[in-house]
Ligand binder design. Structure first.
Ligand code: ADP
Ligand code: ZN
Ligand code: ZN
Length: 746
């Protein structure tokens, strides 16, 4: 018997080992094995077993690291699909699917002594009796903690154990990410008619029955994906909770994906409040130990519901009944490094491979999913109104061009918005203000000679941070001191252009000296729980205004917020990206959705120079369907996704000519390939852009050039690039990143 093993070296190939007699019948696919490799000992995953000996000499497997497999055959199939779809080495995909910390022997849980009250005894001293009463009151606990809490010693506890009052036994400790956080149990709410109908639609997509998608490749049926289009506050989460509850009764498990930024303690509490210990939470801030324990609780089936960001799609949930992708349009589902997978697409494939239901939820679906629903590849469930008869907020557009003409300069806050804030302060209601730019000012420049303070490593202007009096680069994280005068013409008065959250905060404070303002952005949330602390303080009414970047745009549910202000709606609209309009619509709809979520109605003010732009006008009306129809028509005419696949090749080098020349070479070779492909298909479906400087032309000292491919299928692009990379392998000083279904064109 032979086994092919994926070794974590990113060599993009598997290695074959012989299974020694003592391990025969014990080695199986998905296990972690210990194997010799070029005179070293290393570990790797068993991917396939075969009887046929290879044509070369093999070494034997040394040992099985862990008997129980780390992934099921279905997960392995998923990993292989991702490797081929994204053109990534399979070991790299495996590494993404099984995080390193869950394989680390040092992360294994330790055994600690656990103390439990077992009875009482007659001859106790007063001190011992009091201590015992304390331990009975708290129901026992870890020895270490009890010693600390009750200011006693291990020997005192052991004495009590000898007298038969306590049992002290070693137990595996669980490192619980929710420990010490209060979780209030909740009960299912009575669904309204629309929610109930959406729930029925989800259950109507039966496995193998009506609504099932036929799978030519494996001949079985899988439930058809459901796109749950529900406006903000329509109670989508309550629907997920009730679908999961029903599936748990059937012994099935669920994965709920949420954008990392929305993975707030508030979200986690909603799931933990309903399902308690059956919930496992995975997110990037977990310690190795916490991640290890959560992951193994899932593997053993102790946890049946997994809540996490993108990478939680790989959670080893057995008997998977449901995958939810909440805020399915969110760009954070796409990974920015190899393997460049999109968790929504992976979720759809995993559900198909495992016959699980899948729900994609959003108030502003991606146009990819929307088109799939229009074409009946997905089933559409709509919840067009908020729960309990609450109305969507009234949206006002503020034309900043008029403000400019009236005031002679562009104010940070229009008078309309300031008035609205003032009335909230008077009434004791809360306000959320959104500005997608952290720092104080965007650029520091010289009004005399036009010099702009720019990061030397990246082709972007510095942002001025007032708190620490320095210039920071938001691309590479580098910083520089504030110059005393212009380094070119030595003018003394430099000017601050653009507005960041710090400046917006200072300006608001100047208008309303007594208002309590909380700022939330990457600078104010660098500590582990600062995110939660800010939100809790705001919820508790300790501030009047929450001002922040897109961190505050998603998922937050504060009943006392009746006003939302968007300081500059144009920043995301003017990006060089075919999805700029879609992103702007999504952002505005999400931010607006934070207003008026309880009984008091909400109002939204959007400041813009382009009130007529389709995305902004549609967001003001809250008319997603109209926006989507217009935008889809534009995409179809211009041949952009979802009507084609768009991928990018980014060429990076410290030597500019190398990046440029290779981009050029690749573009011309691909052009030749495209001509042939198009001649064969009889259309112009394969299109190659010219090689060009990427919009972010330099980052971290690396020059960046790119080529954009538009193809009828992802495979068409992958085949072309794989061929080209094999005939024209890049030199060491050049990196080529190939991004299939690219979302980021910077
Ligand atoms: P969404 O996820 O669509 O933005 P949520 O699930 O957060 O909406 O629901 C918004 C609020 O309405 C929450 O506070 C939730 O508890 C409440 N809610 C949801 N469904 C119902 C219902 N059927 N009856 C009453 N309140 C509900
Ligand atoms: Zn100057
Ligand atoms: Zn930089």
């Amino acid at each position: 018997m032979y086994v092919s093993v994926a070794i974590d070296l990113a060599l993009d190939r598997l290695f074959t080992y012989e299974v020694p007699v003592e391990l025969l019948g014990r080695v199986c696919v998905g296990q972690l094995l210990r194997v010799p490799f070029h005179g070293r000992i290393t570990r790797g995953f068993a991917l396939a077993l075969t009887e046929t000996p290879p044509a070369f000499a093999t070494k034997p497997v040394m040992a099985i690291e862990d008997e129980s497999p780390f992934f099921s055959p279905a997960l392995l199939k998923l990993v292989k699909w991702i490797a081929s779809y994204t053109a990534s080495p399979i070991e790299v995909v495996l590494k993404t699917a099984v995080p390193a910390s869950v394989l680390k022997p040092s992360a294994r849980p330790k055994e600690l002594l656990f103390v439990e009250p077992t009875g009482s005894a007659a001859e106790l001293t007063k001190h011992q009796a009091e201590l015992l009463a304390d331990i009975v009151r708290v129901g026992g606990g870890w020895m270490q903690q009890l010693v600390k809490e009750f200011k006693t010693s291990p020997s005192t506890l052991r004495t009590l154990a000898q007298k038969g009052c306590l049992s002290i036994v070693p137990r595996q400790s669980r490192r619980d990410p929710l420990a010490g956080r209060s979780v209030v149990p909740t009960h299912p709410l009575q669904l309204n008619d629309m929610q109930a109908r959406a729930l029925d639609t989800i259950f109507a997509q039966d496995v193998g029955g009506r609504g099932a998608t036929a799978l030519p490749s494996d001949g079985c049926g899988a439930p058809r994906p459901v796109l749950l289009h529900g406006v903000t506050g329509s109670g989508k989460t309550e629907i997920y909770l009730q679908v999961i509850a029903r599936l748990l009764e059937q012994g099935k498990g669920a994965i709920v994906l949420v954008p990392e930024i929305a993975l707030t303690p508030q979200t986690v509490r909603r799931f933990a409040g309903r399902f308690g210990n059956r919930v496992a939470v995975l997110h990037s801030a977990l310690s190795d130990g916490e991640r290890y324990d959560e992951w193994h609780r899932i593997r053993t089936g102790e946890a049946r519901v997994v809540v996490g960001p993108r990478s939680a799609i790989f959670a080893p949930v057995a008997n998977l009944g449901l995958i939810v992708v909440d805020e399915e349009h969110d760009p954070s589902y796409k990974q920015d490094e190899t393997p460049r997978y999109h968790a929504r697409d992976v979720a759809v494939m995993r559900a198909r491979f495992e016959g699980a239901r899948i729900v994609l939820g959003s108030a502003t679906p991606s146009l990819e999913s929307w088109l799939n629903a229009q074409q009946k590849k997905y089933e559409l469930a709509s919840v067009p109104v908020r729960v309990a008869g609450r109305s969507l907020p009234t949206v006002h557009l503020v034309n900043m061009q008029q403000e400019l003409e009236r005031m002679g300069h562009v104010p940070i806050y229009s008078s309309l918005l300031l008035e609205a804030v003032r009335s909230r302060l008077d009434r004791g209601e809360q306000t959320i203000l959104f500005l997608n730019r952290r720092g104080y000012a965007r650029v520091l420049d010289c009004p005399d000679c036009g010099w702009v303070a720019e990061c030397p490593e990246c082709a972007v202007p510095y942002t001025y941070h007032r708190a620490d009096q320095c210039l920071r680069c938001h691309v590479c994280g580098g910083w520089a001191r504030l110059p005393a005068d212009c380094p070119v013409c030595h003018a003394k008065e430099l000017s601050y252009g653009g507005v960041g959250t710090q400046r917006a905060e200072a300006a608001l404070q100047a208008c309303f000296p007594r208002a309590k303002i909380l700022r939330m952005d990457a600078d104010s949330t660098s500590r582990k729980y600062s995110h939660d602390d800010i939100l809790s303080a705001f919820r508790a009414g300790k501030a009047d205004v929450l001002l922040g970047t897109q961190m505050i745009a998603k998922g937050l549910d504060f009943p006392n917020v009746t006003l939302v202000g968007v300081l500059n709606a144009d920043t995301s609209l003017n990006r060089p990206d075919p999805r700029a309009s879609e992103r702007t619509y999504q952002l505005l709809a999400q931010v607006s959705g934070r207003a008026g979520r309880a009984e008091k109605p909400g109002e939204v003010y959007i400041q813009t120079f382009q009130p007529d732009a389709a995305a902004i006008a549609a967001a003001a009306k809250g008319d997603y369907a109209a926006f989507a129809a217009g935008e889809l028509e534009d995409r179809r005419t211009a041949y952009f996704p979802p009507y084609c696949r768009l991928s990018t090749l980014v060429f990076r080098s410290k030597v500019e000519t190398l990046a440029r020349d290779w981009a050029d070479l690749y573009a011309r070779s691909l052009e030749g390939w495209a001509k042939k492909a198009n001649a064969k298909s009889g259309n112009e479906g394969f299109r190659v852009s010219e090689a060009a400087e990427a919009p972010l032309s330099k980052a971290d000292g690396w020059f960046r050039y790119h080529v954009v491919l538009r193809t009828p299928t992802a495979k068409a692009a992958v085949d072309a690039v794989k061929w080209l990379k094999s005939v024209r392998p890049p030199p060491d000083a050049l990196r080529i990143a190939f991004d299939v279904d690219a979302l980021n064109l910077m």
